[in-house]
Design a protein around this ligand. Structure first.
Ligand code: OOB
Length: 568
C-alpha cells in the first residue's frame, strides 16, 4: 500500500469559484477527456510513431483507447492502484501516449521523468512521490533502464523507502494476453491533482509540480485555440514528450483535444524530422533554440520538402532575435515564440501579431486572468516597460510544489504569486521580453539544471574543497555549464582533478545533460561582501576570461569542444 496523495497548497475557495464561473475550470477530468475524445474522433489517426521495439505504428483514436486500456490493465497487474504515483522515463515511443492516457483512465498519477534521468533524479522523484511503479523501455539509447531501476531500488531501500515496481513496456508486446478488462475507473475529480510535472529546479532536490485536470485542461483548450489547432493538424513531437511544452503548449494534449494527429520522432535530428514532415505532411512542430538553429542549417544544406509546415514554435529558452528572423524565410513557416513554465504561465506570440513582435518578444499570456507583476528585489513594482522579476498568478499556475513546504516559502509570495525567477520587461501590448534570470539555474539549450545539485555532488569528490557552477554564454546552447572547483590543499593546479569531475558526477548517477561542459580549477573564489562565493563575479571573470588577471590560475577543459546537441 502506498501513501495517499498528499495535500497540496491550492487556490483559495473564492478564486476557485471565480475560475469555474468564468468557464476556465470545467468538470472534465482527464479520464473524461480520454473517454470523450477517443470516442468522438474514433476513426481519425491519433498517433504515428515507433513502438518500444522500433516497429512503425499508426493508431486511430479507437486504437489509442484500446491501447490505453491495455496499458492500464498491465499497470494494474503490476500493482498500481487509483491514486498511486507512477514515474515514467519513456522516450518518444507510441507506448508513452498509451501509458499516460491509461494512467489517467485508471485515476493514477503520471510523474513525468525523462529517459535521460539517472539514479540521482529517479531516486528523488520516487521518494517525494512515493511511486508505486517506474515505467521504462528496457535498454535504450545506451542505457539499461532495467539495471537503472535496480540501482534506484537499492538506493531507496537504503533510505527506508519501498522501491517502485518495474514496468518494462518492451515486454508488453512479447508476452501473450493481458487481462481483457476495463481498468477500475479511478474516480479522480476535475479539481484533484492529476499528475506531477517536474520543475526545472533551483535547489539540490527536485521539486514536483501538482497539476489538476481542471487547471491543465484549461491551458490545453486555450492553447489549442490560440494556436489554431483542428482535426487537420499534424504535430511533430521531437522534444522529449514528457516536457510541458510538447505535452500541452498546445502539444500532444492540444492535438488530442481537437482530433488531430501526433507524430512522434524517436530522435530530434533534422534528418529524422524532415523525413517525417515529408511523409506525414506535418503542419506544426515545437523546438528549443539549439534545435531551431540545427534545423536552419540543415534546411539550407538539404532543401527538404517542408511545404506542409505552417507553424514552428520555439521556446524553453531565449531565442535570439537574429535566429528568430531566419525561421520564416528558411523553413517557410510562421514562427511562434513560446515562453512557458511547467508551474503554469504560458505566453505565445499570436498569428496576427506583427512580424516585429513575433521575432523580438516571447509572447503574451494565454489568459486574461493571468496576473503579471514585474518587481524589483524588494517586491515593489517597477515602472511600466522596465526590467524586473516576473511574478505570476492565475487559473493554471500552481500555488505550491508537492510536499515542499520549505521551497514553497521561497518560491511563492504570501498572496500566492509564483516567483518565476525570470527577468522580463513588458511592452504596452502586453508582450513579454525575457531579458535574463535571477535564479540558481542554468538553462542549457532548454534543459534546466540547478547549480546547487551539480555543486553538491562535486563536493563528494575527495579532491574538491569547494565548487561553483555557472552558466556561460554559448552560441549554440545559449548557456553551457561550467563548473569551477577549488582543489583541496595540496592539489592546487591539478589538471587531473578537473578531468576527473565529469566521470565522478556520471558515476554518482547524475543525468548526462547536467554534466558540466567544462571544468575549471581555481585556487581562490571571488567572494560577495558577506563572504559567500560570488557566482556573478565568477561568471564575469570566466566570460571575459583567460586573458586578464585569471590567466595562470585556470586549468582544465577550456574552452571545450562544441557541446553535443541537446535534445531539449
Ligand atoms: C518550459 O518549461 P520549464 O518548466 O522547463 O522551464 C521554465 C523556464 C522559465 O521560467 C524560463 O526561465 C525558461 O524556462 N523559458 C524561457 C522561454 N521558455 C521557457 N526563457 C526565455 N525564453 C523562452 N521562450 O521551458 C516551457 C513550458 C511550456 C512551454 C514552453 C516552455
Amino acid at each position: 500500500m502506498r501513501s495517499p496523495i498528499a495535500e497540496v497548497p491550492t487556490w483559495p475557495e473564492d478564486v476557485r469559484a471565480r475560475y469555474r464561473a468564468l468557464g476556465y475550470w470545467t468538470e472534465e477530468s482527464f479520464a473524461d477527456f480520454v473517454a470523450d475524445r477517443t470516442a468522438r474522433f474514433a476513426g481519425h489517426t491519433a498517433v504515428v510513431g515507433v513502438d518500444a521495439h522500433g516497429r512503425p505504428q499508426r493508431w486511430t483514436y479507437a486504437d489509442l483507447a484500446e491501447q490505453a486500456d491495455r496499458a492500464a490493465a498491465r499497470l494494474a497487474d503490476a500493482g498500481v492502484e487509483p491514486g498511486d504515483r507512477v514515474v515514467l522515463t519513456l522516450p518518444n515511443v507510441v507506448e508513452f501516449v498509451a501509458v499516460v492516457l491509461g494512467l489517467f483512465r485508471m485515476g493514477a498519477l503520471p510523474v513525468f521523468g525523462l529517459p535521460s534521468h539517472r539514479e540521482v533524479e529517479l531516486t528523488q522523484f520516487c521518494t517525494i512521490a512515493d511511486a508505486a511503479a517506474l515505467v521504462v523501455v528496457g535498454e535504450a539509447d545506451g542505457c539499461d533502464h532495467v539495471a537503472l531501476h535496480a540501482a534506484v531500488a537499492e538506493r531507496l531501500r537504503g533510505q527506508g523507502v519501498e522501491p517502485p515496481a518495474l514496468v518494462d513496456v518492451r515486454e508488453w508486446a512479447q508476452s501473450r494476453e493481458v487481462r481483457d478488462q476495463r481498468p477500475a475507473a479511478g474516480g479522480r475529480a476535475a479539481e484533484d491533482v492529476a499528475f506531477l510535472q517536474l520543475s526545472g529546479g533551483t535547489t539540490g532536490v527536485s521539486k514536483l509540480i501538482p497539476r489538476t485536470s481542471a487547471d491543465y485542461l484549461y491551458s490545453v483548450r486555450a492553447s489549442a485555440e490560440i494556436c489554431g489547432l483542428d482535426e487537420a493538424c499534424v504535430m511533430l513531437v521531437v522534444l522529449p514528450a514528457a516536457h510541458n511544452f510538447p505535452m500541452s503548449s498546445p502539444g500532444i494534449l492540444g492535438v488530442l483535444h481537437t482530433g488531430g494527429t501526433v507524430v512522434l520522432a524517436r530522435d530530434p535530428s533534422p534528418r529524422t524530422a524532415f523525413a517525417l514532415i515529408e511523409a506525414e505532411r506535418v503542419t506544426t512542430v515545437a523546438l528549443v533554440p539549439p534545435l531551431a538553429q540545427a534545423w536552419l542549417s540543415a534546411a539550407r544544406r538539404r532543401t527538404p520538402d517542408l511545404s506542409s509546415l505552417r507553424t514552428v514554435q520555439v521556446g524553453g529558452a531565449r531565442l535570439s532575435d537574429s535566429v528568430a528572423t531566419q525561421i520564416g524565410p528558411v523553413l517557410g513557416a510562421r514562427l511562434q515564440q513560446v515562453f512557458g513554465m511547467a508551474e503554469g504561465l504560458v505566453n505565445y506570440t499570436r498569428d496576427d501579431d506583427p512580424d516585429e513582435i513575433v521575432t523580438t518578444t516571447q509572447g503574451r499570456p494565454i489568459s486574461p486572468d493571468d496576473e503579471i507583476r514585474i518587481v524589483d528585489a524588494d517586491d515593489r513594482e517597477v515602472p511600466p516597460g522596465e526590467e524586473g522579476r516576473l511574478l505570476t498568478r492565475g487559473p493554471y499556475t500552481i500555488r505550491g510544489y508537492y510536499r515542499a513546504d520549505g521551497p514553497n516559502r521561497d518560491s511563492f509570495t504570501a498572496d500566492g504569486f509564483y516567483r518565476t525567477g525570470d527577468l522580463v520587461r513588458q511592452l504596452p501590448s502586453g508582450h513579454l521580453v525575457v531579458t535574463g534570470r535571477d535564479k540558481d539555474q542554468i538553462n542549457r539549450g532548454g534543459e534546466k539544471v540547478a547549480t546547487e545539485e551539480i555543486e553538491g555532488l562535486a563536493l563528494t569528490h575527495p579532491g574538491v574543497l569547494d565548487a561553483v557552477a555557472v552558466g556561460l554564454p554559448d552560441p549554440y546552447l545559449g548557456e553551457r555549464i561550467c563548473l569551477v572547483v577549488r582543489p583541496q590543499p595540496g592539489r592546487a593546479g591539478d589538471d587531473d582533478l578537473a578531468a576527473q569531475i565529469p566521470g565522478h558526477l556520471r558515476a554518482a548517477g547524475l543525468a548526462a545533460y547536467k554534466i558540466p561542459d567544462q571544468v575549471v580549477t581555481l585556487d581562490t573564489f571571488p567572494a560577495t561582501h558577506v563572504g559567500k562565493n560570488s557566482r556573478r563575479e565568477l561568471r564575469r571573470l570566466l566570460t571575459g576570461q583567460l586573458t586578464g588577471q585569471l590567466t595562470g590560475q585556470l586549468t582544465g577543459r577550456l574552452p571545450g569542444q562544441p557541446p553535443v546537441p541537446t535534445t531539449t
